[in-house]
Design a protein around this ligand. Structure first.
Ligand code: NAI
Length: 385
């Protein structure tokens, strides 16, 4: 199988996440960027697509036009990324899955649990890949943590502590800024703001690394900026199905913190600590031993971490390369299907629609528990109870 064709919906000029997708999909030259409906404004989308090198007939003004045209082409896109605002994810993803395309959709996958269940069902029925961009699970050392937990290096996991706390919405004077206001408006954002935007990344990473799913949770949600209806800070206590206890803090008012995604895992035989802003170092403390620094690209890493690593040890790899590993996994998954062979197990790590659905159930559970002053609530989607 030759090069794979890739298209994207959203991610237009000036968007936050579009550039990372374009870099990531092109990494390793796995995908060729051949089609897109890049902007909610048709003409701007077409013009930007042309500047990005798309052929005139594949720089679309609208995603429906893209779906119609691509489904009839022999060289149709092999993977479509949906990087539009949250409320549009479900409709676009559903239409492309039904059209027979593999899809990578941005998080949160949907706005409701019912929509999430529908996409899981549809991916199963159509046999198409529906992946969700928990792109930070693509970091080599996050995969190393997962491999170390799975190999039993930590023994039983007692505790996982995840944070995604930044300070980018800390200015109360910004409350009416249109770029900020919609995020805390239930009509546009749904039942949760900060947990749905960032908390689900931390929760996905915790589950991915420890190999356990959350069953129950208790949440303290607050709006530190009082004019906000939805939360800008949440502390969530978690119980996982394998017995681990979880603590998760997410915030958008934590001034001085930048991206602020960190993970710590404490087991019977050792502890791990990793921070996304220094992603090339992982701290490992074996019980009774000395604190060690595990360097990305160094010797003795797991096959998953080695596969996810590109430049030699000592040179920094960062976020677009982590996203690139999700694309590399998807390229391998698409090729394996086309060639009728098993996928390389070190690549079979991309987040699935099931993960997107679990996140939506957690979002609604956090909102419910937050309203009930931290009552413990069911955190699994109905179809997974
Ligand atoms: P943004 O507002 O910066 O950009 C959205 C882009 O989508 C714009 O170019 C806009 O013109 C385009 N668009 C909107 N509606 C469209 C439609 N119907 N058809 C085609 N294009 C359309 O938004 P941002 O921050 O880039 O977020 C997009 C999505 O990515 C969100 O769901 C967000 O949650 C997610 N995201 C994920 C991150 C991650 O780490 N996985 C990080 C940042 C955002």
């Amino acid at each position: 199988m030759g090069k794979l064709n890739w298209g994207i919906i959203g991610g237009g000029e000036g968007s936050q996440i579009g550039p990372a997708h374009r870099l990531a999909a092109g990494l390793d030259r796995a995908f060729d960027f051949v089609a897109g409906a890049l902007d909610h404004r048709a003409e701007e989308g077409r013009a930007f697509g042309r500047r990005m090198g798309l052929a005139a007939d594949r720089a679309y003004g609208d995603w429906r036009e893209m779906l119609e045209s691509e489904r009839g082409r022999a060289d149709r896109v092999d993977l479509v990324t949906v990087a539009t605002p949250n409320a549009t994810h479900f409709e676009i993803t559903k239409a492309f899955l039904e059209g027979g395309f593999h899809v990578l959709v941005e998080k949160p996958m949907t706005m409701t649990v019912a929509e999430g269940e529908e996409l899981v069902g549809l991916a199963r029925e159509t046999g198409r890949i529906c992946a969700v961009n928990y792109g930070y699970s693509g970091y080599a050392l996050v995969r190393q943590m997962r491999a170390m937990v799975a190999a039993g290096d930590l023994g039983r996991v007692r505790m996982v502590v995840a944070e995604f706390a930044h300070g980018h919405h800390a200015d109360a004077g910004d409350a009416d800024n249109p770029r900020v206001r919609w995020r805390y408006d239930p009509a546009q954002a749904g039942v949760s703001a900060q947990f749905a935007d960032c908390g689900i990344h931390a929760l996905h990473m915790a589950s991915f690394v420890i190999g356990q799913e959350v069953e129950r949770l208790s949440a303290d949600t607050v709006s530190c900026i009082e004019s906000r209806v939805l939360e800008d800070d949440a502390q969530v206590n978690l119980r996982f199905d394998g017995g681990a206890v979880g603590r998760l803090w997410t915030s958008s008012i934590a001034l001085g913190r930048q991206h602020g995604l960190t993970l710590q895992v404490f087991g019977e035989k050792g502890g791990l600590r990793w921070a996304q802003e220094q992603p090339n170092q992982l701290y490992w403390m074996p019980l009774g031993g000395r604190l060690e620094v595990i360097e990305r690209g160094g010797p003795g890493l797991s096959p998953e971490a080695t596969r996810a690593s590109r430049v030699t040890v000592g040179h920094a790899e960062g976020m677009p390369l982590a996203f690139g590993n999700i694309y590399a996994d998807l390229a391998e998954a698409i090729r394996a299907r086309a060639e009728g062979r098993a996928i390389d197990p070190a690549a079979d790590l991309y987040p699935r629609a099931e993960d997107g659905l679990r996140s939506m159930a957690a979002v609604f559970a956090v909102a419910e528990s937050g309203k009930a002053e931290g009552a413990w609530v069911e955190a699994r989607p109905p179809m997974m109870r």
